[in-house]
Write a protein that binds this ligand. Structure first.
Ligand SMILES: NC(=O)c1ccc[n+]([C@@H]2O[C@H](COP(=O)([O-])OP(=O)(O)OC[C@H]3O[C@@H](n4cnc5c(N)ncnc54)[C@H](O)[C@@H]3O)[C@@H](O)[C@H]2O)c1
Length: 332
């Protein structure tokens, strides 16, 4: 029988595509998509329910009402947005996670996916192939909540037998939804600007190398770790997960192969310090060994696919693309 799945933060960059993939896999009615920010149209179309993860009684009510046995907990404040509002980042990322863990323990949810991030690493982590086990001393509030969240998840796994599974996602590049305030957002914005104006001013330096992943791989990774046999998932903190690493300049050059007149310039802002504190690449051999992780996309195949998908969308007239609208139309 199909599990009953609840997704929080479902209107965001990952959620708006993950919900579509989960509904395809488990059936439309078996996936309850929720977010704090919902439109009336989304609610009346039955694609999204309103749920604020900071409100424990509402979380408990949703789990009981839908007899939920699996949760993808995506509601969060990301790195750059978190530095702009550290109190909110702490509250949403920590209280929200604790509410999900407490409500799940009380109401028989058997498995939770909660994404961690390369934001757990700080300047003292190795820059190349940052290991799975290494000092985690992040310099952002986002990273602090991800390290604390990993430990909290592991604690609930030990103390309450809750099966929490997590990966440290790198920056995610997606064609369907725009990102929500992270340090790697440039790697999505650059495609829209290249196609719409032929120019892009990047908020990171040209030589800034960061680990990245294309969304189809990220969605598959999330669903694969959730479906992996219990004995294969040995870590209940967060598995390092890698696919590709490139600099902002290398991405621009790859796009130029498809759009010869494209011009990128660089004007680093406060996000540069965050990027500089993270590794350039990470060692994900534990995920590959334990539950068989393997990416499909490298930079070249990701760029080809992104441009094809965005060209199609822009041709269809979605100039002012809005991810929340996209979610409604795709999921409906
Ligand atoms: N996108 C990436 O590149 C990336 C990389 C690493 C990890 N992650 C992690 O993946 C998860 C999802 O990221 P995303 O990129 O989809 O983020 P996003 O910012 O695009 O979406 C987050 C969603 O959470 C919702 N939300 C915020 N506060 C809420 C609350 N109190 N209650 C309910 N919903 C609330 C927002 O409305 C938004 O739709 C986060 O935990 C993030 O840290 C993302």
């Amino acid at each position: 029988m199909s599990p009953k799945v609840l997704v929080t933060g479902a209107a965001g960059q990952i959620g708006s595509e993950l919900v579509v993939a989960l509904r395809k896999r488990y059936g439309y009615k078996n996936v309850v998509a929720t977010d704090k920010a919902v439109t009336r149209a989304q609610v009346s179309a039955g694609v999204l329910e309103q749920l604020d993860v900071m409100h424990l009684p509402s979380v408990e009510r949703a789990i009981k009402a839908h007899k939920v046995d699996m949760i993808y907990h995506l509601a969060a404040i990301l790195s750059a947005a978190g530095e702009a509002n550290p109190d909110l980042a702490w509250d949403v990322n920590m209280d929200g996670l604790k509410n999900i863990l407490d409500a799940s323990t009380r109401h028989g949810v058997r498995r939770i996916f909660w994404p961690s991030s390369i934001g757990v690493f700080g300047p003292d982590a190795r820059k190349l192939r940052a290991p799975q086990m290494t000092p985690l001393n992040p310099t952002t509030i986002y990273g602090v909540t991800k390290v604390a969240g990993e430990l909290l998840s592991s604690y609930y796994s030990l103390k309450h037998g809750l099966d929490v599974r997590s990966v440290r996602f790198p920056g995610l590049i997606s064609s369907e939804a725009k990102p929500g305030g992270g340090t790697t957002d440039y790697a999505v914005e650059i495609f829209y600007s290249a196609l719409q104006t032929g120019r892009y001013t990047c908020f990171l330096r040209k030589d800034t190398v960061l680990p990245m992943m294309y969304m189809p791989d990220a969605l598959r990774g999330a669903m694969e770790i959730m479906e992996a046999d219990e004995e294969t998932v040995k870590l209940h903190t967060g598995y390092n997960l890698a696919a590709m690493s490139f600099s902002a300049g290398e991405l621009a050059s790859e796009i130029m192969k498809h759009i010869p007149g494209f011009k990128a310039t660089y004007s680093p802002d406060s996000r540069q310090a965050i990027a500089d504190s993270w590794p350039k690449s990470i060692d994900d051999s534990a995920a590959r060994r334990d539950w068989g992780w393997k990416e499909e996309y490298d930079m070249a195949s990701m760029v080809t696919d992104m441009l094809a998908r965005l060209r199609q969308r822009l041709r269809a007239g979605e100039k002012a693309f809005n991810h929340r609208q996209a979610f409604t139309s795709r999921a409906a």
